[in-house]
Design a protein around this ligand. Structure first.
Ligand SMILES: [Zn+2]
Length: 247
């Protein structure tokens, strides 16, 4: 499914991000600030439209939200909230490859509402156990051109909504081809294993909650699971790890 308004807005924004903003300022923080107000400006020209039905106002209207298929917990400890179908599939695509960073607050809200209404016991269990949310990072190159890392941004928004702390404990140091663009399973596995051979946990001094031993690794989509399985190798063997993804 192609969301015309979002696609047009993405192209336009990419042009601004890649051509105009760098000329105004080379400094990252100022660029991010510029982008923020620019996104608000964009919303005036290209109002948000629902990825499901095209209705204007938000990226996923309440009607379409209520039609999403919520999945169940998979053993041992994995929860992919929704089926990887449109409109969620299109949203994740745009989040990953286009510049639609203002999707993040809506997605965080959707995730928190779904956790509270469909998985209240699991959420209470996480809160009582002081589980820490850990985003699966993108390679710096990929997060830089877009100005943000979608997993980190999503976790930052989600954290206060579900009363769980978050910490960036993982660093990806080598780029990979986006997993979703590789069709066969073996190549996907090779691709990510190769990439994560270079992924690092933060140095011991910066791992504030590493002692805690209870983590929830958060990513946008669980494909073959290779990404997350590789990330798990960063943690001590006796850690208690849950996996939470949007799809
Ligand atoms: Zn809708």
């Amino acid at each position: 499914m192609v969301n015309i308004d979002s696609a047009a807005s993405s192209l336009f924004t990419k042009f601004i991000v890649n051509s105009i903003l760098p000329a105004l300022s080379r400094e990252g923080a100022r660029r991010a600030e510029g982008l923020k107000s620019f996104m608000s400006f964009l919303n005036l020209i290209f109002p948000k439209t629902c990825y499901g039905c095209g209705k204007s106002g938000r990226y996923l209207c309440l009607d379409c939200q209520s039609k999403l298929v919520v999945r169940s917990i998979k053993p041992p400890q994995r929860l992919a909230l929704f089926r990887y179908h449109d409109p969620i599939k299109a949203i994740i695509h745009d989040l990953k490859f286009e510049f639609v960073s203002d999707l993040i607050p809506e997605l965080a809200l959707l995730m928190s509402r779904t956790l509270k209404s469909k998985f209240p016991h699991l959420l209470k269990f996480w809160q009582a156990g002081d589980y820490v949310l850990v985003p699966i990072p993108l390679h710096p190159h990929r997060s830089n051109w877009r100005g943000f890392n979608q997993s980190e941004a999503l976790v930052k928004e989600l954290s206060p909504l579900i009363s769980l702390k978050y910490e960036n404990l993982l660093v990806r140091t080598q780029d990979t081809i986006p997993q979703t663009s590789i069709k066969d399973k073996l190549s996907r596995h090779t691709n990510i294993t190769h990439a994560f051979s270079m992924i690092k946990c933060l140095p011991a001094g910066r791992q504030g909650s590493m002692k805690n031993g209870k983590y929830i690794l958060v990513d946008d989509v669980y494909t073959t699971g290779s990404t997350i399985k590789s990330a798990i190798t960063c943690f001590p063997k006796d850690s208690d790890i849950w996996i939470l993804t949007l799809a």
